[in-house]
Design a protein around this ligand. Structure first.
Ligand code: PLP
Length: 398
């Protein structure tokens, strides 16, 4: 029944933990779930009101596939206000979340065998998206010693005459690494010599950044490459609107137009009601962003401090997003009280879940092991309880 693509598509490394968690929940076990990739905050009240007002106004019909003019103007103003980027309206598309925009940009540009440089650790969806579009993900390892970030030397070493894209995600899922202006400029210098290579800047965690320097996106740091950069963002993470499914992209007009053609024959337009809600998010009060970022920073501080007191774990402090990515090399080779040997981070994740009821994601899902990804999108009390359990789980290993 299935075609070659579906048959070959590997199940995600997260799936083993997910199926175990579902079984334990069905058995009535209480689980602290730190595997999730979404804010625990509510969508803002004024956003909900804007959606209801749109329904009452009868904005319940199709919009243009690239989004309503009002929504595209809101995204245009956001890019100008927050990122200093000037996009014409035809350079902006709205999508059903950031994800389909990333996917359609790749689909509109990749020919079979084209290569996409994916710095690891990466968001778990990038390699799969590239493969679905007929491309070849070129995974470039970015170790913790270089802040989990792509260096100019590693970038230069990975570029071939088949390279079509390089993917940046700052702040990063899963490491929280954030590129500075100077780092982007040094990478931009390498890319200047390769005019064929396009740049994807996935800025979905933009508003969850803890550094003292203002946040900078790639095209802002390297304006000379703006005409071959696609900047993708959305309301999912910063505004806690994952379920509304609104993302936006700015980039070369010719590519945005091609993406529209693909979108028109596939998912079609994003929800008219969600677009009204996203306009309210982008145009309404912005103070909630800093308030929530401060809450995420407090949670990060707690979890990083606790994990660094836990035997066998070592955790650097992420500069953004709502994840921590501790190294767990010290656990490898240890034995659980039930007599199981920990061979890889996934074995520890399974033991932690089964014996102590905490879900997290093994690093293999993000292309760098032995690490663990914990989401800090949970109340401080939950995070404290989870850290207690992790400490107990590690303490019981021999
Ligand atoms: N990019 C990254 C790095 C993500 O972590 C996610 C969601 O987890 C997305 C994009 C997708 O965002 P959206 O929910 O707007 O499609």
């Amino acid at each position: 029944m299935l075609n070659a693509i579906a048959q070959d598509f590997e199940p995600s490394a997260i799936s083993q933990v997910f199926s175990l968690a579902s079984r334990l929940k069905a058995e009535g076990r209480e689980i602290i779930d730190l595997s999730v990739g979404e804010p625990d905050f509510e969508s803002p009240e004024h956003v909900k009101q804007a959606a209801w007002a749109a329904i009452q106004r009868g904005e319940t019909k199709y919009t243009p596939v690239e989004g309503s003019i009002a929504m595209r103007r809101a995204a245009q103003a956001k890019f100008r206000r927050d990122n200093g980027l000037d996009y014409a309206l035809e350079q902006i598309n709205i999508g059903q979340g950031a994800k389909p925009l990333l996917y359609r940009a790749l689909q509109a540009t990749l020919d079979p065998g084209d290569e996409v440089i994916v710095p690891a650790p990466y968001w778990a969806s990038y390699p799969g998206m590239v493969k679905l579009c007929g491309g070849r993900p070129v995974i470039v390892s970015c170790p913790e010693e270089v802040g989990f970030k792509l260096t100019p030397a590693a970038l230069a070493g990975a570029i071939t005459d088949k390279t079509k894209w390089v993917m940046f995600n700052s702040p990063s899922n899963p490491t929280g690494a954030v590129y500075s202006r100077a780092e982007y400029q040094a990478l931009g210098k390498v890319l200047e010599a390769h005019p064929r290579v396009l740049v994807m800047a996935d800025d979905i965690y933009e508003h969850i950044a803890f550094g003292t320097e203002p946040y900078v996106t790639f095209a802002e740091a390297v304006p000379a490459l703006m005409e071959r950069t696609v900047t993708v963002n959305g309301v999912s993470k910063g505004y806690a609107m994952t379920g509304w499914r609104i993302g936006f992209a700015g980039g070369p007009a010719i590519l945005m137009e091609a993406m529209r053609r693909l979108l028109s024959q596939s998912e079609g337009n994003p929800s008219s009601i969600s677009q009204a809600a996203a306009i309210a998010a982008l145009e309404g009060p912005q103070d909630l962003l800093a308030e929530r970022a401060a809450a995420y920073r407090d949670r990060r501080d707690l979890v990083v401090a606790r994990l660094n007191q836990t035997p066998y774990l070592r955790c650097s402090a992420p500069e953004g997003a709502f994840y921590v990515y501790p190294n767990c090399e010290g656990l490898i080779g240890k034995t659980t009280p039930a007599g199981q040997r920990i061979e890889a981070s996934r074995d520890f994740a399974a033991y932690l879940l089964e014996a102590h009821g905490v879900t997290l994601v093994p690093g293999a899902a993000f292309g760098m092991d032995p690490y663990l990804r914990l989401s800090t999108a949970a109340a401080l009390t939950q995070l404290e309880a989870a850290c207690d359990k992790i400490a107990r789980a590690c303490g019981e290993l021999t």
